[in-house]
Write a protein that binds this ligand. Structure first.
Ligand SMILES: [Mn+2]
Length: 294
């Protein structure tokens, strides 16, 4: 693991500049070395000031988002796809301007439940849009990772295998997968095998409990996930993601179905998550050493 990060929605709904700056302070205070900001749309924040705060705190910034319906690059409507491509290009430049290292999330489709089947033309439109976005990102020094999410949040990429096929179709070797334990728990027959299948195409990893609350209090077998990460020699970033009705961003909460409080004390949540992830990471590394020594 390179850096351990935390999603800003643990701290703030992201509506104000002050909220985001507080999220940076809180993340650093809790020993996290990276913060994930969502929907960093151009013009909403003082980007220069955020960049300076992150630098001063030695925090890396990652940005994630999902596309709104009117900017769905997996649409068959040319205007909608064009809007999506322009939005992705703008956001990549904003990520560059804030000093961010990576743009992830549901960049390849709408974020939300679809009422139609995915189409071949939509798939092609999306792979072409991501290829173009990756080219812009390359010139900006930003990495593109595609988050594989559950069936209720996209109809295009729900499994690692689908994600690998999609990346192959973009014809880019700099686009990687962004996997998330919460989504894998719903969609993958064997999540640990899916991590091994992703191998060196895995670029970013989200840790969340099955109900998005305190780690270790739900049904996800984190030991299996961490051992798989150790097996593939995963050496990139890991971010803790947790949402509660205690902190509500209308767009994200509705898209993710956050209807209730899974926690109210975010300081306790963040402190616990860091300890939990670092401990699981150490355990997995030790298990691998024991195995190799036999
Ligand atoms: Mn996630």
């Amino acid at each position: 693991m390179r850096r351990l990060g935390i999603h800003s929605f643990v701290w703030t709904d992201g509506k104000t500049q002050e909220g985001l700056e507080m999220a940076l302070e809180k993340s650093a205070e809790h020993g996290y070395r990276m913060v994930e900001l969502a929907y960093l749309f151009p013009g909403r924040y003082d980007i220069e000031r955020l960049a300076a705060r992150a630098r001063a705190l030695d925090l890396e910034i990652v940005v994630t988002m999902g596309l709104p319906p009117e900017a769905d690059v997996s649409s068959e409507d040319r205007d909608v796809v064009a809007h999506g491509r322009a939005l992705l290009s703008d956001v990549v430049k904003t990520v560059r301007d804030v000093g961010g290292i990576r743009l992830g999330g549901i960049l390849y489709s709408k974020h939300g439940k679809y009422d139609r089947m995915p189409s071949r033309d939509g798939w092609m439109n999306s792979t072409e849009a991501i290829a173009a976005t990756a080219e812009t990102a390359r010139t900006c020094g930003v990495e593109i990772v595609l988050e594989i999410v559950n069936r209720f949040e996209s109809n295009l990429l729900n499994t690692t295998a689908q994600g690998l096929k999609f990346i192959a179709d973009t014809d880019r070797d700099d686009v990687r997968l962004h996997l998330d334990t919460f989504h894998m728990n719903i969609e993958e027959a064997d999540p640990a095998a899916a991590i091994r299948l992703a191998g060196d195409r895995l670029g970013y990893f989200h840790i969340g409990e099955n109900y998005r609350g305190f780690l270790g209090t739900g049904t996800i077998d984190f030991t299996a996930y961490f051992r798989a990460l150790a097996d593939i020699g995963y050496d990139r970033d890991i971010t803790f993601e947790s949402f509660s009705g205690a902190i509500v961003d209308e767009a994200l909460s509705v898209a993710c179905g956050i209807w209730r409080d899974t926690w109210t004390d975010n300081d306790a949540l963040a402190a616990h998550a860091r300890t939990f992830i670092e401990e699981k990471w150490r355990e997995a590394a030790m298990a691998r050493q024991v195995l190799a020594a036999v």
